[in-house]
Design a protein. Structure first.
Length: 190
């Protein structure tokens, strides 16, 4: 049986950092008007939604791709739904910010739509995350280290017995380290 390693948590939730007043368009919106909206609002992407339901995302990269593929005269009839990305990676507002960062890194993304009960409620960007107060970020990092050490100690306590250390040969309380049973001194030396 495979066990998934539990994702570390910072205590800061996506819903605490997300942009609630995100800019959006409908799938039937004109591409040129949408590009102008992005410039006017100074954003790098637009959520594409129909009602409250997420339909896709339109990014600067998508628009550049169209401009390079089509002549400038052909752009007038293009709709957002012809260009948008339909397969969108999203996240829940209750997710931890470290989970969001992990998703962004793994999928090479700079933004994640925030979805709850199939409704788009916000947008989380790398900039939103970078706006965290540096002292708060330091606290998150420190809490993470403490949690990791606690997990190590918990794991270590469950895998102990009095036996011979397979490294130095001393009879002592030993801990399992991968394939070897090691005394405290040899365990710490690794």
């Amino acid at each position: 049986m495979l066990f998934r390693r539990k994702q570390p948590e910072s205590g800061v939730k996506v819903g605490d950092l997300m942009t609630r007043n995100f800019i959006w368009v409908s799938p039937d919106a004109d591409l040129q008007k949408s590009a102008k909206l992005m410039l006017k609002k100074r954003v790098g992407s637009l959520i594409v939604k129909d009602g409250d339901k997420l339909k896709g995302i339109l990014t600067e990269k998508d628009i550049v791709w169209v401009v390079l593929k089509k002549s400038k005269n052909d752009l007038s009839g293009i709709l957002v739904k012809d260009v948008m990305r339909r397969k969108v990676v999203s996240i829940k507002p209750s997710a931890d910010i470290l989970e969001a960062l992990s998703k962004m890194k793994k999928k090479k993304l700079r933004r994640l739509p925030v979805v709850e009960n199939n409704k788009v409620i916000g947008m989380l960007t790398v900039n939103d995350i970078l706006r965290i107060d540096p002292t708060l970020f330091a606290m998150i990092s420190e809490n993470q280290k403490i949690r990791e050490e606690s997990e190590k100690l918990k794991h270590r306590k469950t895998m102990r017995k009095v036996s011979k250390c397979e490294e130095c040969g001393e009879t002592d309380l030993v801990s399992r380290d991968g394939e070897l049973w090691l005394c405290q001194r040899c365990y710490d030396a690794k």
